[in-house]
Design a protein around this ligand. Sequence first.
Ligand code: HEM
Length: 197
Amino acid sequence: MSIMQRLKEATRKQHEELEQAVDLMSETLSIEDYKSKLLKFYRFYSFIEPRLASFEWDLFGYDFPKRRKLPLLLKDLQSLDIMNEAKKLEGWEGLPDLNGSIGKAFGCLYVLEGANLGGQVISRHLKLRLGLDESNGAAFFSGYGKETATAWKEFGIILENFASEYQNDEEIISGANETFEGFARCFRETYVLDLKI
Ligand code: HEM
């Protein structure tokens, strides 16, 4: 089985659970719900992206600066006027501890890149339900937009190449499992947003 197939199998249950915890597809989703969930995404990405940035992705043909999601999140926080709330969430210490392991970091990337697939479904819902798009608060979920399928395919090739050299699928898989765990923890930890609206 390829590493991409193995990862999908090994994280299927965690994905299902996270999808429920994230709960962004509700028909009754309000703008307040959306803001508090977006803040949780920010809490996670502001923790994980700086850690991922310390790896030499160029060596593997992965364009990390181009694929970062924090700039999109910051744009949304600004559009929705919740930047001050977001600042209070920085410094959250969750999983995963990548331990300087490039294998684990690739497993982590699998989760973050995969999240863009769900993002396409979510962004359609946000547009219909709340009238949001990349210009007014849903840039993060719009992600790569029309390029999503291509970006996912390219990432798959990069990861397959890496895994065949690295010869340690277990470590990559444990990086993905830990990332899903960290994400779930980030969502379980409540954050009461005082929106004053
Ligand atoms: C409401 C939230 C979510 C929905 C509705 C959702 C939905 C989806 C959908 C439709 C796919 C594509 C499945 C396919 O084409 O085979 C997908 C794939 C994926 N999603 Fe999610 N997702 C959600 C949240 C997340 C989150 C928060 C993460 C990670 C933090 C995530 C990680 C992944 C991964 C890694 C894949 C790739 C699976 C594979 O290997 O093919 N998803 N998701």
